[in-house]
Design a protein around this ligand. Structure first.
Ligand SMILES: [Zn+2]
Length: 187
């Protein structure tokens, strides 16, 4: 059995929770890496860490393997939609429809607060929140756009001053890219 991923701040670097959810694989480029959603427990821990669950709701026991499959399917939709956005292509209609279907299936379990924050005690409600977040992102994109890490393909919103952020994080991909460049010019 694979150990559950220990989520840390390094897994929440995107500046948006739907993008962070899309980034729950070790890497997306140059080829798909290991799945960090190793099981229902890892998904429950991620949702808790992302503060999508009401405090103390103890949702971990209701995150089933079926919910995990739905979460992975939603993540596939997010990849299709955000890849298109990042490439400057039209959002694929089937993937967009998939997001709306996910949102509708769980919407009865979503609580929307006056400040716009959303929570749900049910996994399908939480997936609805993530799907709605993705819909909101592509309909009202941040002015700086959605980018993907040059090295691993993780998505992020580039809020750096010069809008020249290239890496998911300087600590991981940024330093590895610099080290690779150093090796190639000093060998
Ligand atoms: Zn990266």
């Amino acid at each position: 059995m694979t150990a559950a991923t220990a989520w840390s701040g390094d897994h929440f670097i995107a500046g948006d929770v739907a993008l962070d959810f899309a980034n729950t694989v070790y890497r997306r480029r140059p080829e798909l890496g290991a799945d960090l959603l190793t099981g229902a427990e890892a998904l429950a821990a991620w949702l808790d860490r992302a503060r999508l669950l009401p405090a103390g709701s103890g949702t971990s026991h209701v995150v089933t393997d079926a919910a995990l499959e739905e979460a992975r399917a939603l993540r596939g939709l997010l990849w299709a939609v955000f890849d298109a956005h990042e490439d400057g292509r039209t959002i694929p209609a089937a993937s967009f429809t998939g997001l709306l279907d996910t949102a509708r299936r769980g919407s009865a379990h979503v609580t929307v607060s006056p400040d716009g924050s959303t929570t749900s005690p049910e996994p399908d409600g939480v997936l609805a929140i993530l799907a709605l977040g993705a819909v909101a992102l592509v309909l009202t994109p941040p002015p700086q756009g959605i980018r993907a890490c040059d090295r691993c393909g993780w998505f992020f919103i580039d809020s750096s001053r010069g809008r020249r952020r290239r890496w998911c994080s300087m600590k991981t991909c940024g330093n590895q890219a610099k080290a690779a460049r150093y090796r190639s010019t000093h060998s």
